[in-house]
Design a binder for this molecule. Structure first.
Ligand code: C2O
Ligand code: CU
Length: 494
């Protein structure tokens, strides 16, 4: 089996080289050294305690315009230049803010050594603007993305989506927030300005010289590529000074494969006010929230009673229930995400609103049909070809499902494997009806969603309706290595 894995890994690597002409940063990141022998060459463990605590970076905010995708070096760790791929020359990529009803207009310049594109995760874009995996911009090329944003206010995001190369490109540094604002939200007078904080959570493995090591072994492809160093907005060991007041934290799990079970170390509770597709109808009080790759939640967290000078830590708690392999690189380990250092100044004391947005509940009794999507991974010698939905790996030229505009359908997402699969569908938002798992629905499952975590063996039922554009879109696992290895399906809206 080991021999098979090594060979499969090398084949995969060679075909990637053939496709892309190999990238500068990938050369640094030991793509082959990692194959078939554990972490070969990768330095395990978080950065040394000699690093001063770093204050949280905030990506620049823009309204659109030209963004260049290019290799670049950034000072992720003080005093060392980390080789990245960036969009807009920053890591994370700039935060795009738009008002609902306005046009999003971005020109992508591709200065990478391989093809790329942009997917606007959570927005319903016309098919030719959606970043279909084979609809890519070649090296040296450019592409205008322009469409009207019709979504409710919320925390969306954008990232590359090229066929088989989404994992490495996101890992190399390309991902940013896309924040939509609207009137309904403005009337709530939620905490704003410095009290409205976007938090992009990503985990990384590091090379000895503190670049990002991306070289999935066959086993890494199986579980998704997991790191042991958490970066928030590209900041290692991130800390944020908070006033004694109410904060709106917008959490985005932009990790390739890691699931976070988020909680504060002092046990403080918070209110979940929004999920992937914007505001809930009312705040939901909680003490922990699970966030799978691709998902977002927004929290209101009240520090008004915290002691000045105290530190509250946002952690990911340990959990079981995935296959994993044990050890620091595995799913479910405890991790520090963000340290919140309470200052003596006071912040907004606004009460938590008792109601938030209006959500039209889709009625299951009016769904016209049920579709089933089984996410599976084959074991044995065929493992590399075994990342499938309904038994088939992705073929961009094959249409696996058809839906009619305006018709509600129930989809049963069946995880028939030993690992987690965050199910993501383009071109609409859905509602979660049920989970077969013991835990039932969590606060992150309420409201509108575009990504939902499925646990090993679990079936999650969702209801959805496509309303805007006919055309070809994809649904897939948002665990990026399985996605790149084939866990994706093309479907047509007609
Ligand atoms: Cu965030 Cu199709 O992906
Ligand atoms: Cu998956």
């Amino acid at each position: 089996m080991t021999r098979t894995v090594v060979r499969a890994c090398r084949r995969r690597f060679l075909s990637a080289v053939g496709q892309s002409g190999i990238a500068a940063w990938v050369g640094q990141a030991l793509p082959l050294a990692g194959c078939g022998r554990g972490d070969g060459g990768v330095v395990a463990g978080p950065s040394s305690p000699a690093d001063a605590t770093r204050s949280l970076r905030l990506p620049p905010t823009i309204g659109g315009g030209e963004l260049s995708a290019a290799p670049s070096r950034q000072e992720v760790w003080a005093g060392s230049a980390t080789a990245l791929w960036t969009l807009g020359a920053t890591y994370p990529s700039p935060t795009i803010r738009v008002r609902s009803g306005d046009f999003l207009s971005v020109r992508l310049q591709n200065r990478l050594p391989e093809a790329t594109n942009i997917h606007w995760h959570g927005l319903t874009a016309p098919p030719e603007m959606d970043g279909f995996p084979t609809d890519v911009v070649p090296p040296g090329g450019a592409r205008d993305y322009r469409f009207r944003v019709m979504e409710r206010a919320g925390t969306y995001w954008y990232h590359p989506h090229p066929d088989r190369r989404t994992g490495p490109q996101v890992y190399a540094g390309i991902a940013g927030f896309l924040i939509v604002e609207d009137e309904e939200e403005r009337r709530l007078a939620l905490p704003s300005g410095p009290f409205d904080v976007p938090l992009l959570i990503q985990d990384r493995r590091l090379t000895a010289d503190r670049s990002f090591a991306y070289g999935p072994t066959a086993m890494d492809v199986f579980t998704g590529y997991l790191g042991d160093t958490v970066l928030v907005n590209g900041t290692p060991e991130a800390s944020l000074a908070v006033a004694r007041g109410l904060y709106r934290l917008r959490l985005l799990n932009g990790s390739n494969a890691r699931v976070y079970r988020l909680a504060f170390t002092d046990g403080r509770r918070f209110h979940v006010i929004a999920t992937d597709g914007g505001l809930l109808d009312q705040p939901v009080e909680a003490g922990t929230v699970d966030l799978g790759p691709g998902e977002r939640v927004e929290l209101l967290v009240d520090f008004s009673l915290a002691a000045a000078g105290s530190t509250v830590v946002l952690k990911s708690l340990p959990f079981a229930g995935t296959g994993g392999m044990g050890g620091t690189g595995s799913q479910g380990i405890e991790l520090t995400v963000l340290r919140l250092e309470v200052t003596s100044s006071s912040g907004p004391a606004a009460p938590i609103p008792s109601s938030l947005g209006r959500i039209e509940r889709l009625d299951p009794s009016r769904a016209v049909r049920v579709k089933t999507f089984a996410f599976g991974m084959g074991m044995g010698p065929m493992m590399m070809g075994g990342f499938t939905i309904n038994g088939r790996p992705f073929d961009p030229l094959r249409i696996d499902a058809r839906v009619s505009l305006g018709e509600a359908e129930i989809w049963e997402i069946r995880n028939v494997s030993q690992e987690i699969h965050p199910f993501h569908v383009h071109a609409t938002q859905f509602q979660v009806l049920s989970r077969s798992g013991r835990a039932g629905l969590g606060p992150q499952d309420l409201g509108w969603k575009d990504t939902v975590l499925t646990w090993p063996g679990e079936t999650v039922r969702i209801i959805l309706r496509f309303e805007e554009y006919p055309g070809l879109y994809v649904l897939h696992c948002h665990n990026l290595e399985p996605e790149d290895a084939g866990m994706m399906s093309a479907f047509e809206v007609a």
